[in-house]
Write a protein that binds this ligand. Sequence first.
Ligand code: R5P
Length: 290
Amino acid sequence: MADMDGFKDAAAYGIGTPQKNEAFFLKGNENQGWGVKNRLSRIFNPKTGHTVMLAFDHGFIMGPTSGLERIDLTINPLVEYADCLMCTRGVLRSVVPPTTSKPVCLRTDGGTTILTELNLNRVYDVEDVIRLNVSAMAVMVACGDKASEQITTHNLVHTVDMGAKYGIPVLGVTAVGKDMARDARYFGLATRVCAENGASFVKTYYTEEGFEKVVAQCPVPIVIAGGKKLPEDKALELAYKAIQAGAAGVDMGRNVFQSAKPLAMMKAISAVVHQGLSAQDAFQLYNDEK
Ligand code: R5P
């Protein structure tokens, strides 16, 4: 029992000051449980409502793609500048220091590679996900792809069920493929399907036309992938336009780790996403960084 010597009577009851019930800052997630909200608050900065996720999960389909040959050398120095790390469990266990306090959005499905048919994936055992103490699970959904639409949608449904059981939010990742359109109409459908099946946030691609409609019709936050490597000023413009159109952040890979100056790129993207810096000013920031 606690030592009662010098015990002070409780007095600070705040009578007359109602306990606050604050609305959760991320759209569409008000009715989630505490665990989901807490994990989302680690991924998204509650002050800005935005996030810069660093994606380096490409190896599970592409092998040692340019910039990811040695993740310990190229990605680990960037970790402190990211809000969230997105990778596979193999890389997390083998390369990412467990001393990091950054939240992890774990790529939770795997199966086929670029050498065969993409997206015929199955999902990880949720117990292994829990062992890795992750903040979110990311699952690909391939709407419109005859071979994999059903299996990938089932993957999402199953993962959301597991996430609901253990308080782990799910990132729905909209696939792109050779037979799938890359316009606002398609991404609107695909992001909505992810949200309707219970994703807490959705990753998709920016479209020059109609992206604000993609964001508006999706009841949960959207983050954008960067896609193939662009010149740095164009990649910053992409991030800027997406944020201005309502995206809640980026989940970028190649435009960071294939950049001539990955660290400078991280800082410039972060300024666009969190401070609303213009693409031109962010490119200046990129150039000013050594
Ligand atoms: C795609 O399946 C991967 O999950 C990447 O995480 C995603 O495409 C983002 O990376 P990038 O910005 O290189 O497109």
